[in-house]
Design a protein around this ligand. Sequence first.
Ligand code: IMP
Ligand code: MG
Length: 172
Amino acid sequence: MNKSIHVLISEEEVDRKIKELGEQISKDYAGQELHLICVLKGGAFITCELAKRIDVPLSIDFMAVSSYGSETVSSGRVKIIKDLDDSIEGKNVLIVEDIIDSGNTLKYLVDLLNSRKPNSIRICTLLDKPDRRVTEVPVDYVGFQIPDKFVVGYGLDYLQKYRNLPYIGVIE
Ligand code: IMP
Ligand code: MG
């Protein structure tokens, strides 16, 4: 049975915000090339939409890390499930995430990717839960700051379901 979902951020709001983020990123990287790193699985939805809104020359690579397993509380442990295909040396890297919660996943990723000598690294996240932060990470582009609630949709799952919702919702 599907549970009932309360809409927190509508499809229109999400679409509008991703367009704005794309415009800002295009301005900030004008005259440069950009290498998007999508953090699977959740980041896939925003990465595709965002990439379409950026008008500087761009490449995309994918990485999969595990954080939660099937729990809804961060374990603090991060494991690489799938590494990048391409070298990031000398590239302007933009990591694209669905949500930053404790910050553990991104802290780990940023440290790892920095050791591979990119020209620059920035972070873009659709959602940010600042109240839950355990590890500080510099976030450059944030779609929405949200309260400490477990959300689904637009890539975010509960037990692998609900990723396909076109809005951000809270399970009731
Ligand atoms: P962090 O390491 O605690 O920042 O966790 C980041 C990851 O936890 C995200 O990429 C999501 O996969 C997952 N996560 C955190 N909060 C939520 C939520 O509210 N709904 C679904 N997944 C979440
Ligand atoms: Mg994720």
